[in-house]
Design a protein around this ligand. Structure first.
Ligand code: GLV
Ligand code: MN
Ligand code: MN
Length: 417
């Protein structure tokens, strides 16, 4: 696709950086640059309130839907047919300040700069932040955007119970973000998400822009292992039914599965809880999660199958029962080549170095790709560190990414599909 002769505006980089810093003060983790704003907590509410205030101050039409997704549009009738930017402002419990927040605040900056320039566009612009992208408190991840595109019903979202025993619907009411806009939401003309890479590739290779071709598939499983709680001193090793031994071997098995399959396969045990978790008691139960990801759906299925076989064998050997629950399962997603190419051409036109790449992390864009042409722009993450308060992206990269988001959004206002 050729580049349209589209309008261009200069974004205000300083204003973007100030907003990122101001939002990062909410839920700030002391002594770090990071934030803790788990979905639907007081911190999430305060972050939402601040961003909604900025949206309203620009005179945008702001809608909040039944699962708390917030969309701001330059059109008084809403975001239907708009070129939409967006991401999330919730964080993991030990998060950085850029993950998600960058894409939302850069989208807002594009709109503010465009309004200030007073140019007429062929289509409206919009910016969204979707609820609970992280999924750390309530599975699945990308919950809000999944509901926005009709992949999960509002009723099902509202009933989800969190890792702390709270329920989404009650927490949404408590923070005042169960809105009345329809969910599923309106269909934009196109969707573009600017995000930090959260991996090491761009930083290592000294490349300014990642042109994202797709997102790898994700499979989250919760395993509940139940054995026999007993005395640590008196129970002979041969008579134990120890769920912790099973959990430990599952951790090792997950690692082996990833290295045996190789390529982009990754496997993570990120959560493990023992009950009663005492020094002199063989545990009664262990609850753990396994996160498997691959860009290839067949290989992801192979990893899942291998995990099932190995968990069953290890548990049988220890006479421990296993209950398995799927927390999230999304196939790999390919973005629209027309949007991908547009991003690449615009980056190259302004002299930015680019690399086409898949995304290792999940993103709201992978859900939006179900309803409209979608693409993503990555900027480098220092040392590839993310989901960590130390997450860092250089200011010049944040600004270059936001300017490319602006150029892409404005170009897409001129493109007919
Ligand atoms: C979401 O951020 C994920 O990729 O885990
Ligand atoms: Mn993110
Ligand atoms: Mn994240």
């Amino acid at each position: 696709m050729a580049l349209p002769n589209s309008p261009s505006v200069s974004i205000n980089g300083e204003r973007l950086l100030e907003r990122i810093a101001e939002l990062a003060q909410i839920g700030e983790i002391e002594g770090t640059k990071g934030c803790s704003r788990l979905a639907f907590t007081d911190g999430d509410r305060d972050g939402r309130d601040l961003v909604v205030t900025w949206m309203r101050d620009l005179g945008l039409t702001v809608t909040i839907d039944a699962v708390g997704n917030v969309v701001a549009s330059t059109n008084s009738d809403g975001a239907s047919g708009a070129v939409m930017a967006g991401s999330h402002i919730d964080t993991v419990g030990t998060g950085g300040r850029y993950d998600g927040n960058l894409g939302v605040l850069a989208g807002l900056e594009v709109i503010e700069a465009t309004l200030a320039a007073g140019i007429e566009l062929a289509r409206p612009l919009a910016v969204a932040f979707f609820s609970n992208e992280e999924g750390s408190r309530y599975p699945p991840d990308m919950m809000g955007s999944l509901a926005y595109v009709g992949g999960m019903s509002v009723e099902a979202v509202l009933e989800v119970e969190g890792s702390d025993g709270t329920v989404v619907g009650e927490e949404l009411d408590r923070i005042g973000y169960r809105g009345s806009a329809p969910c599923p939401g309106v269909t934009p003309h196109a969707f573009v998400e600017l995000h930090i890479e959260q991996g090491p590739v761009l930083d290592k290779e000294d490349i300014q822009i990642g042109v994202v071709e797709g997102v790898q598939g994700i499979s989250w499983t919760e395993l509940t292992l139940v054995g026999q709680s007993n005395h640590a001193g008196t129970t002979p090793m041969s008579l134990r039914r120890d769920p912790m031994r099973v959990a430990a071997e599952v951790v090792v098995a997950a690692r082996s599965i990833a290295s045996e399959i190789g390529g982009s396969q990754v496997a993570t045990v990120g959560s493990l809880h023992l009950h009663p978790n005492l020094v002199n008691v063989v545990p009664a139960s262990a609850t753990m999660t396994v996160d498997l990801r691959n860009t290839d759906e067949a290989l992801l299925q192979l990893a899942e199958e291998q995990l099932r076989i190995r968990v069953a064998a290890i548990a049988e050997d220890e006479d421990v029962t296993v209950e398995s629950r799927s927390l999230a399962r999304f196939e790999p997603v390919e973005f629209d080549e027309r949007v991908v190419e547009q991003i690449e051409l615009l980056a190259e036109k302004t002299g930015l170095s680019t690399k086409r790449m898949p995304s290792g992390a999940g993103h709201d864009a992978q859900m939006m790709a179900r309803i409209c042409p979608t693409g993503m722009i990555f900027v480098p993450s220092l040392d590839g560190i993310s989901h960590n308060p130390a997450e860092h992206t250089d200011e010049k990269d944040l600004i270059a990414g936001a300017q490319l988001l602006s150029d892409t959004m404005l170009a897409l206002t001129e493109v007919d599909w």
